[in-house]
Design a protein around this ligand. Structure first.
Ligand code: HEC
Length: 100
């Protein structure tokens, strides 16, 4: 049992390092940057106007945040939200949302 726990912990730690984004930092940013206010705790929105993000893949979130930031995808609210995101923020947010 103890050995299994140690192995599992090592595997999780190792796979975490392989991921480009840091889901823990992404979770903090999701709250600190106000995403949670519209998209809801755990990415489950309670407001119909705002889409739930739970179930979206890391790749989808990364691509769409980059597109909102560049203006390739147009939405005044999200264009403004993404404008201030650094590449690392996008990586971390995508890792977090992709894990939901
Ligand atoms: C003021 C409300 C609001 C805030 C705050 C907000 N969003 Fe959004 N978000 C929206 C709306 C509205 C849409 C739908 C845009 C559209 O229809 O194209 C959206 C769409 C998205 C999408 C695409 C979802 C899809 O299914 O296509 C992602 C990803 C996303 N937001 C991430 C974030 C992140 C990350 C943050 C924080 C940095 C954030 N949002 C903050 C309102 C908000």
């Amino acid at each position: 049992m103890k050995l299994q726990a140690i192995i599992l912990t090592s595997v999780l730690a190792f796979s975490g390092q392989l991921m480009a984004g840091d889901a823990g930092a992404g979770q903090s940013a999701f709250a600190a940057k106000g995403c949670i206010g519209c998209h809801g705790a755990g990415g489950v929105s309670v407001v119909p106007a705002y889409p739930s993000l739970k179930g979206r893949t890391e790749a989808f979130v990364k691509e769409n945040l980059a597109n909102f930031r560049s203006g390739k995808r147009q939405n005044p609210t999200m264009n403004a939200m993404a404008a201030g995101l650094k590449d690392a923020d996008i990586e971390n947010l995508a890792a977090y949302i992709g894990s939901l």
